[in-house]
Design a protein around this ligand. Structure first.
Ligand SMILES: C[S@@+](CC[C@H](N)C(=O)[O-])C[C@H]1O[C@@H](n2cnc3c(N)ncnc32)[C@H](O)[C@@H]1O
Length: 208
């Protein structure tokens, strides 16, 4: 470790601990960002307006399996569970073990399963939970900073896993994910949410 690293280490640790104590879930999210900036890709969880906007296309009566990639500290999980039918299931997948442990500790709902893994493994993960297809998949993944090849693998697996008529709901801070999405989802509806830090681009990709 260089002398600069030695000097910076304790400060970063102190900031993480302080943020977690002061801001609850937002602090845990910020701590996750400091640890893995490229994988988390945002310093604040999504706003309430973003959540409602992204979920506005979902037909909840027909939703038995809802999957979320990159739930972070669960900003979308609680609103999804509020709307989800009683016999529905929400499976969330995140590569950050701290976020998964936090969700397992704080969300006690029998319809909720939090899995530590990559979104690219969605097919194996839903099969292990008794499903062959998903009705909706939601993503807050930072597609532009994911390692090489991971974005296309996730898009392809998501297209395979969705039932016909199902949708991939994607919110991002740039429109770049939409270009990648267009290769797998020929029909994409577009939206923009300004009441978010930073404003976000929303894409709803439909499986025909
Ligand atoms: C921008 S944050 C989304 C936060 C949250 N959904 C929200 O609305 O506030 C991105 C999340 O994606 C997760 N992530 C990154 N790469 C992933 C992958 N390949 N599979 C699953 N989750 C991943 C990160 O750990 C992080 O929790």
């Amino acid at each position: 470790m260089t002398s600069t690293q030695v000097a910076r280490e304790p400060l970063i640790r102190r900031v993480r601990r302080k943020a977690e104590r002061m801001f609850g879930p937002a602090g845990i999210f910020f701590k996750g960002f400091l640890k893995h900036p490229a994988m988390v890709g945002a310093i604040l969880p999504s706003s309430r307006r973003t959540i409602e906007h992204v979920l506005s296309v979902v037909n909840w009566d027909e939703c038995r399996l809802f999957v979320e990639y990159g739930p972070g500290v669960g900003t979308f999980c609680r609103p999804v569970l509020e709307k989800l039918r009683r016999d529905g299931m929400l499976i969330v997948i995140d590569t950050n073990p701290d976020f998964i442990a936090y969700l397992q500790k704080t969300i006690g709902d029998s319809r909720f399963v939090a899995v530590h893994g990559s979104a690219a493994e969605v097919e194996e993960i839903i099969r292990a939970n008794g499903f062959e297809q998903a009705d909706y998949v939601l993503s807050g993944l930072p597609f532009s900073t994911l390692p090489e090849g991971v974005g296309p693998a996730i898009m392809a697996a998501t297209h395979r896993v969705l039932r016909p008529g199902g949708a991939f709901l994607v919110y991002q801070y740039t429109a770049r994910a939409r270009e990648l999405m267009g290769k797998y989802f020929p029909r994409i509806d577009k939206g923009l949410e300004l009441a978010n830090v930073p404003p976000c681009v929303i894409s709803w990709g439909w499986k025909d």
